[in-house]
Design a protein around this ligand. Structure first.
Ligand code: ZN
Length: 433
């Protein structure tokens, strides 16, 4: 399980902690989506297993709850392996003691059932998928609840300027969130427009003041007039320079995108992956694992231990963060394809681990042959990816040059912004005096 969560999901994940729940109530409270014990989802032990697993249920004896009159102390501290609790429970089931009475209702709880269930057969996608649908529904229900409970208060805070718009957007979900973000974009545009109008107003004031001075001064070579004209010209020049820089930056952005993509991408409405015929695998397999790896592993690590447990975890984290980002603001049904990507990755990892275990029992020769096959698979996927990805299509030195050009433009634009601000302040002082 990945432990990295999107910061906006964290409060929910914490609220889900089964440990705190089981401390008060050994029978996990049924959630809204699985309240009926006769529903097929509930009767499915494997699904139950994944539910607890997902909730990162701590491996402690369910009888160790301190609220019990005589709590179990032996297995009160969390164990790293779930099956040590299973062994312990099986032992006291056979041989009950005062801490684990024979007729205690806890024996019938889901939590005990979970500990007594061995890990289900792996890579059962259908089950994982259903498990995910349940959790996605729970997520949606919880987020909706948070939105209606905290929404109005957060909105008031946001309007009062006490919190940032990102903070407020965090409590919103689905349509409400999309609408809010769209409104904000319009506001930002209006703000820019307002600044531009303000500049024009300053210019107009300058012209007006110049007209006045010319009328009252018939000789026409007054210092004051010349100063004011200089201020006006300076402001005009700065503003036009800044406009040019902004124009250039926008052209340069297009250049960068085109540099790293196939012709036509920028003009298309497509996303990078699909436009470049790169797709996440749709079926779990060992090969699929390598297909994921080229997308998720930084190329500088490609020569390392691609199949190791730690790499697997790192890939999972990267994929999780990516998918969470993509899910942002989607409705549950729109999330489904993204969720299945994660399920296929997980199942592919399981298959790979299974292979590793199988190979452990083979002869040295057979093992070497298998290793070579794996290396071939990895090499093939790398080569395929390098052909498709435009990031490999250019010499490094050209890539750096492009970034340098971009950085220079940005720095110049920043300087032009400061110059313009100074010129504007001079103009304002000159006209208000
Ligand atoms: Zn115990």
């Amino acid at each position: 399980m990945s432990t990295t969560l999107d910061p906006c999901l964290r409060p929910i994940a914490q609220g889900r902690s089964t440990r705190s729940r089981s401390r008060q109530d050994p029978q996990p409270r049924p959630s809204s989506s699985s309240s009926s014990s006769s529903s097929p989802a509930d009767s499915d032990e494997d699904l139950e297993y994944y539910r607890f697993k997902r909730q990162k249920t701590e491996n402690v004896c369910p009888f160790s709850d301190p609220s019990r009159p005589n709590p179990c102390v032996d297995h009160a501290a969390p164990r790293s392996r779930k099956d040590s609790i299973m062994k312990h429970l099986n032992k006291v089931k056979q041989d009950p003691d005062p801490q684990h009475p024979k007729n205690d209702p806890i024996w019938a709880s889901r939590l005990v059932r979970y500990f007594l269930t061995p890990r289900p057969k792996k890579y059962d996608n259908q089950k994982r998928k259903r498990g995910n649908q349940v959790s996605q529904h729970e997520y949606y229900v919880k987020r909706t609840k948070i939105q209606s409970e905290k929404g109005p208060e957060m909105k008031a805070k946001y309007l009062a300027g006490e919190i940032a718009k990102e903070e407020y957007a965090k409590v919103l979900i689905g349509n409400a969130r999309r609408e809010f973000l769209a409104e904000e974009r319009v506001k930002d545009r209006l703000q820019l427009q307002f600044a531009a109008d303000n500049d024009r107003a300053v210019q107009e004031k300058l012209e007006e003041k110049l007209r006045e001075l010319r009328q009252t001064n018939v000789t026409g070579d007054d210092d004051e007039i010349r100063d004011l004209e200089a201020i006006r010209d300076k402001l005009t020049a700065c503003e036009s320079m800044l406009g040019n820089h902004r124009q250039e930056i926008s052209l340069q952005s297009a250049k960068v995108v085109q540099f790293f993509s196939f012709p036509g991408f920028l003009q298309s409405e497509e996303q990078y992956l699909s436009f470049h015929s790169m797709h996440f695998p749709t079926k779990p397999s060992v090969k699929a694992y390598f297909e994921f790896a080229v997308l998720l592993l930084p190329p500088c690590d490609w020569d390392g231990q691609v199949r190791s447990q730690s790499t697997m975890r790192a890939l999972k984290r990267t994929l999780h963060m990516y998918l969470e980002g993509e899910k942002d603001g989607l409705d549950p049904e729109e999330m489904e394809p993204l969720t299945s990507v994660m399920a296929i990755f997980n199942s592919s990892c399981d298959l790979l681990k299974e292979e590793d275990r199988r190979v452990d029992n083979l002869s040295l020769n057979q093992r070497q042959k298998w290793m070579d096959e794996q290396d071939d698979l990895w090499r093939t996927e790398r080569a395929k990816f390098q052909k498709k990805s435009r990031f490999y299509a250019r010499p490094a030195i050209e890539q750096y040059k492009l970034i340098d050009e971009f950085a220079d433009m940005y720095r110049e634009m920043k300087r032009a912004e400061i110059d313009t601000e100074v010129a504007r302040q001079h103009a304002q002082q000159a006209t208000s005096g």
